[in-house]
Design a protein around this ligand. Structure first.
Ligand SMILES: Nc1ncnc2c1ncn2[C@@H]1O[C@H](COP(=O)(O)OP(=O)(O)OP(=O)(O)O)[C@@H](O)[C@H]1O
Length: 285
């Protein structure tokens, strides 16, 4: 198990994270927060690219900083911008990474074939990477992060720049990894996590605002999310979350701390809360 214990981090005198406590076991963890909330900083701490100023991160009780290479062999990391040679093919790039990661020589070729098949790139294996789509490049990124069979996979904004079809493909790949990996995905895109995250971690004010199963997060809002006509006047404590299209008209989705009587005539409808509602409520201005 990976545990984050009272971790704090400052960068250039600015407090980025404070008293962060988290536990990671197998499954998909969605690190969900707006830009600038400290997701990348936390991912870098988990990757030992940064070290905590306070507290510690432990793998099965042992400080990951002290574990050095023994810990690094356990992690696969896909940074926001991963560097690759545009003139290399995925196969050549993966061979290079496999060598760096110390994958035994006779295992490299079969491992690359296996990973290319897993990320649905077998057909593109020998094309120059500069000719591949953003989604294909991201999938090469996932493959390179997995090459040495890590237990922990750290993905920073992995779907940036992907089209909806590529996002679905990405979600399927991650879902299949969840059974025997800890997968930590940092993103500000709720829909990337909605169907695959076992737990959601929301960061805010330099610390953990929420860490729970998506269903539990949504359940806490049950009976408090409504769709109302655009002309509906908000009462005390009610908040507009988003604008939506309903029956060809613009309506709004709101949070109400107290129940509102439903009314078909007045177009007031209680709806099931989604993760997007929780996100918008947590990070309202
Ligand atoms: N080296 C640094 N020195 C000072 N401040 C920094 C440094 N690196 C990041 N920050 C600031 O720390 C905050 C958190 O950054 P971080 O990159 O961890 O956030 P994030 O949630 O990953 O957002 P993004 O998706 O924009 O990267 C931001 O306000 C950022 O400007």
């Amino acid at each position: 198990m990976l545990t984050v214990e009272h971790v704090g981090k400052e960068l250039s005198g600015k407090l980025i994270l404070h008293d962060v406590n988290l536990e990671f076991e197998r499954g998909v963890y969605g690190l969900l927060a707006p830009n600038g909330a400290g997701k990348t900083t936390l991912i870098k701490l988990l990757a030992t690219l940064l070290t905590p100023d306070a507290g510690a991160i432990r793998w099965d009780g042992e400080d990951i900083v002290g574990m050095g290479e023994r810990y690094r062999s356990l992690i696969g990391y896909l940074p926001q911008d991963f560097g690759y040679y545009p003139n290399h093919s995925p196969r050549r790039f993966l061979k290079y990474i496999a060598t760096l990661q110390g994958v035994p020589r006779d295992e490299i070729a079969p491992r690359i074939d296996e990973l290319l098949a897993m990320v649905h790139l077998s057909d593109q294996a020998d094309r120059k990477m500069r000719t591949l789509s953003g989604g294909m490049i991201r999938r090469v990124g996932i493959a390179q992060a997995l090459i040495h069979r890590p237990r922990i996979l750290l993905l920073d904004e992995p779907t940036a720049g992907l089209d909806p079809k590529e996002r679905v493909r990405f979600r399927n790949i991650v879902h299949n990894l969840a059974a025997d990996h800890i997968v930590v995905i940092a993103t500000h895109i709720v829909s990337d996590l909605e169907t695959i995250a076992d737990r959601i971690v929301m960061l805010g004010d330099a610390t953990v605002r929420e860490a729970d199963e998506p269903a539990a997060i949504c359940e806490r809002l049950e009976g408090r999310i409504y769709e109302v006509p655009s002309g509906y006047v908000l009462h005390d404590g009610q908040l507009k979350l988003s604008e939506i299209q309903r029956g060809g008209e613009t309506a709004k989705r709101i949070y109400s701390p107290d129940p509102i009587p439903e009314s078909a005539d007045r177009g007031i409808e209680s709806v099931h809360p989604g993760l997007e509602d929780a996100f918008l409520l947590t990070y309202r201005d």
